[in-house]
Design a protein around this ligand. Sequence first.
Ligand SMILES: [Ca+2]
Ligand SMILES: [Ca+2]
Length: 134
Amino acid sequence: MKIKFVSSILTLFLLILVIGCAAPNVQITYIFYDGQVPNVESDEYVEITNLGDHPQDLTGCVLVDISDGYPSFTFPFYILAPGKSIRVYTNEYHPEWGGFSFEYSRAIWNNSEPDVAVLYDNQGKEVSRKSYLN
Ligand SMILES: [Ca+2]
Ligand SMILES: [Ca+2]
């Protein structure tokens, strides 16, 4: 009984080690910073791509505008397939891109002074960093 419990904990631990967005293959690949929606730019998005050959677990990963320190978005349970991209919109819902949104009522990505986006894994370790040219 006890051994079974310990081994299942170990399996869980290994699973967390094998997958998880700490892998360098998960990258911020694009920031659409100049939204078309007037003022609130709800259609801005950050695109994140799995450049590797294996599925990656985004669960608990955090995306932040580190230039301002906010807002931040924490991923719910989500597995990103190899070669696939998702987007985290400022305040829009697009299920075809994963349906992720900061649900932020103002523009996030500064059009005149570029902000820096950082993706952290579920342990708070930096995975990817990207800015943009205006
Ligand atoms: Ca900003
Ligand atoms: Ca913007």
